[in-house]
Design a protein around this ligand. Sequence first.
Ligand code: SAH
Length: 362
Amino acid sequence: MVKTIDEILEQSHFSREDVIQLLQTDIVGRNKIYTRAAQIKTQYVGNKVFYRGLVEFSNKCVKDCYYCGIRAGNSNTIRYDISDEAILYAVKYAYDNKYASVVFQSGEREDKAFIKRITNLLHKSKEITNNEIGITISLGEQTKEVYKEWFDAGAHRYLLRIESSNKELFEKIHPNNDRHSFERRMQALRDLQEIGYQTGTGVMIGLPFQTIEHLADDLLFFRDFSIDMVGMGPYVEHSETPLYQYKDLLLPQVERFNLALKMIAILRIMMKDINIAAATALQAIDKAGREKALKVGANIIMPNITPTENRSNYLLYENKPCIDESADDCSSCLEARISIAGDTVAYNEWGDSWHYKKRVNL
Ligand code: SAH
């Protein structure tokens, strides 16, 4: 007997078939999922949104991911590296504006100079904020020793998207070499969790070759891995990347966007106490994309606080929003948009993942 959407939504555990059925729902079913996700969000994590001020401090990258605009092979990208001083200025900006947390993200590098620079930046960021700023880093695959060094220096959350939990699909969207190994990425996630980071991952939604079954397996992967935080958004094609040749295989952008919202809502229903970010890529397709994500389960927003002159060069995908606004413009429009979505911004609170706190018995 096929279950109804209402029956599935009443369950507390979901099989692969259940998740696939939820992902395949029509508009009526979709609205039921959204309503349930909104209820669960209010009940388990509340209607608070936590800010993570995002500093995209460099687009220099040694990797060649087929989907990404800042891949090493894209010679049309102007490479930049923001000075330590400017990064720390952005940290101070976040702190003074009560953001409570920042995220450092960049292209991937594993050289010694880079590693030491990050360690130093982490120490300095704590120093200039009375030891109070919360720090998430998103700096790709590193050795366990490096992850530990950065953890000891003050980073306590790490974002490393698995991109796809399906090895075959992962291998279709990355070059086939040691630098882009599915196993290594998976090991990196395990290392992060073992060291004690609040561990975040995610996937792109609407990739060429991706099926509903792949997406269902991604959601089950997050659950079975007991992940603390998820950031996932639509895949947005970039014309200077190898994956662009498959653009005719893609769902229309609006459908990718809707699928991403559905993924967020189903994830909130499956993992009630995690932190879910409203990814910037949502906003690239729909101006109110992040606010729509808040309505169906997301509870984290990462306002871009990268100094404006560098923003237009951190183009992972095309149509990236807000690249010509300063951090101040962004924060004033954002608060109003969040309140329209029915949430309030939780200033001066770290907003750690409840899932993490339970997982490590805090
Ligand atoms: N180098 C770091 C972080 C930078 S990229 C790392 O690998 O962790 C951050 C995220 O942007 C990636 O994990 C990927 O999921 C997303 N991204 C890259 N290209 C994209 C595209 N074309 N469309 C949507 N998201 C993209």
